[in-house]
Design a binder for this molecule. Structure first.
Ligand code: BMA
Length: 330
């Protein structure tokens, strides 16, 4: 990913092979492929509700493993987010009534239950193997959008110190106790930063994080000069990643329902292709295609298709076909 970043920006899509508009669980189907002829280069999946047969968005975990293996064997890159449910109840990641992070940390009353959840995550990631038995590398991106307060690990729901401990414990437990060796780690605040201090407010450390990300939907709705705001954030990520020898990515973005049919060329591209710096972003990933009102990649027949095709056909925007050609995979 580091080698590739200066050459191209990859396109990613959440739950791509799992479902789309008017279909679900048809082997190797994909709205992006239906529209462009190629899969996305980056495939996003989510571990929310791990320990149950299906995840929070009804993707069976067993199928997810199959899709991850397929994506990897085709030459693509897999990333895992985690809309984590509390280990102690089965409410939602969006529960913010109580301050719970402290209970999960070592010494806290729910620490054992939390470790059990991490065991499930370790079991999932640590058993991702290709047909030859080799480990499949994934980008794990836990505790995202912590600078907002909509998740129980969000800014107003714990102290920054508790947050960092939660993050460090998660990764160190997976690496050192569970010996999960096939993952790199992404840090993904939402868009609420204007400088380095704000960006790194929750940062668990250079020894933990491999990828500097941002989840940015909000800033990308605006147009014209207002797009300087997300552009500056992308420039910042690219600069920081270069300084630290890490990877920079827009780990989530998109326009829900695509009411603006030129969002890809007029908003997204204006930001990520703004200049030589922004072009060095590793990838951008749009969210899932659940319904007409809640989808982010176009589906066949949708008015946004021509604009999307114009964008993905730019030589430095890469789908899986481009990544395969670069990697010499047939
Ligand atoms: C949100 C929405 C929800 C979904 C969640 C986790 O943005 O897409 O429908 O459950 O992400 O994927």
């Amino acid at each position: 990913m580091k080698d590739l970043a200066p050459k191209a920006t990859m396109f990613g899509h959440q739950d791509d092979m799992s479902y789309g508009l008017g279909w679900r669980a048809i082997p190797w189907e994909s709205d992006v492929k239906r529209v462009t002829g190629s899969y996305p280069a980056v495939f996003g999946w989510d571990l929310g509700k791990i320990g149950n047969p299906v995840n929070l968005d009804s993707v069976p975990f067993d199928s997810m493993k199959v899709y991850i293996r397929r994506a990897h064997e085709m030459g693509g890159i897999n990333t895992l987010s985690w809309h984590a449910y509390l280990p102690t109840d089965s409410t939602t990641p969006w529960t913010t009534k109580e301050k719970v992070v402290v209970n999960l940390l070592p010494g806290g009353k729910d620490h054992a239950a939390f470790k059990h959840q991490l065991d499930l995550v370790a079991d999932f990631i640590g058993n991702l193997k290709d047909g030859k038995g080799n480990m499949i590398p994934v980008l794990f991106r836990p505790w995202h959008e912590m600078d907002g307060s909509w998740f129980w690990w969000g800014a107003n729901n714990c102290t920054t110190d508790e947050y960092k401990q939660l993050y460090r414990f998660t990764i160190e437990y997976l690496w050192k106790t569970k010996h999960v060796c096939n993952m790199i780690v992404g840090y993904s605040p939402d868009r609420n930063f204007a400088n380095a201090d704000e960006y790194y407010r929750f940062y668990p450390g250079d020894d933990i994080v491999d990828l500097l990300g941002v989840d940015n939907y909000w800033d990308m709705k605006f147009s014209g000069d207002s797009l300087n705001i997300p552009t500056k954030k992308v420039e910042f990520l690219v600069d920081e990643a270069k300084k630290k020898g890490k990877i920079a990515a827009m780990t989530e973005t998109g326009l829900e329902g695509l009411p603006d049919i030129k969002w890809y060329t007029e908003h997204l591209d204006k930001v990520i292709s703004a200049n030589e710096k922004t072009k060095q972003l590793s990838y951008i990933l749009v969210w899932r295609n659940f319904s007409k009102s809640h989808h982010y990649a176009p589906y066949p027949g949708e008015a946004a298709v021509p604009d999307f095709l114009e964008w993905v056909n730019k030589p430095d925007i890469w789908l899986l076909n481009d990544l395969k050609a670069y990697r010499g995979i047939k």
